[in-house]
Design a protein around this ligand. Structure first.
Ligand SMILES: *[C@@H]1O[C@H](CO)[C@@H](O)[C@H](O)[C@H]1NC(C)=O
Ligand SMILES: *[C@@H]1O[C@H](CO)[C@@H](O)[C@H](O)[C@H]1NC(C)=O
Length: 196
């Protein structure tokens, strides 16, 4: 009896010991790592990656790709550089709560498919990882998100489970625009993104 019990205990302990190793071994070559690695290595997504890191959404992005196909709309460094620098400083340095930046970063990916630009173009809207809808329009053959953010380089990165399109504007959920204005400019001074 005692011997059988101790064998069972040993096997269980062995399994418990092994499973985290097995999981971490999988994580090493996961879709999330492929995706984040591709973003890090891209010439022109340094600011987007920085925003993912400090908003603590990087982990969520990795996780989403590990769970299944996702689509990322990645704003290029140029699209962020051309913003009012006060705005970017405000949302990334903690003058604005972390929550603001995470709502922005979560607005840049969808977790229900790794869509090509052609597939995106067939949709009226997508649901971003923040839960907010992301409107889609095709204007003169170009796919536009929320009427102001064009896909500038479709299908720029394809990694396991993820497709990344470069976009020419930072996407800011309309619902937080006035909060940002109040936080960063103490009133509606300059809009963070062209509104609809
Ligand atoms: C891709 O997503 C599937 C679920 O659709 C998952 O089982 C698989 O592990 C993911 N691929 C990688 C490389 O993480
Ligand atoms: C979507 O991901 C699957 C593997 O998870 C891959 O076979 C397929 O080519 C991907 N499609 C796109 C458009 O990246």
């Amino acid at each position: 009896m005692a011997a059988a019990g101790s064998v069972t205990f040993t096997s269980l302990a062995f399994l418990l010991l092994l499973s985290p190793l097995f999981v971490s071994a999988q994580v090493d070559t996961s879709a999330g790592d492929d995706l984040v690695g591709a973003i890090i290595n891209h010439c022109c997504l340094k600011k987007f990656y920085y925003a993912l890191q400090i908003s603590r959404i990087e982990l969520r992005l990795r996780d989403s790709a590990n769970r299944g196909p996702i689509t990322v709309f990645a704003p290029t460094d140029d699209s962020i550089t051309k913003l009012d620098p006060e705005l970017w400083t405000c949302v990334t340095t903690g003058q604005g709560p972390l929550d603001i930046l995470s709502q922005i970063t979560l607005y840049h990916f969808v977790t229900d498919g790794n869509f090509t630009a052609a597939e995106v173009a067939t949709k009226r809207h997508l649901t971003s990882a923040s839960g907010m809808p992301l409107g889609v329009k095709v204007v003169n053959g170009n796919v536009m998100l929320e009427d102001y953010a064009p896909i500038t380089e479709p299908n720029a990165l394809r990694t396991s489970n993820a497709t990344v399109h470069l976009i020419g504007e930072l996407l800011v959920p309309e619902t937080i625009v006035s909060t940002i204005e109040n936080l960063c400019f103490a009133g509606p001074a300059s809009a963070p993104a062209p509104s609809k």
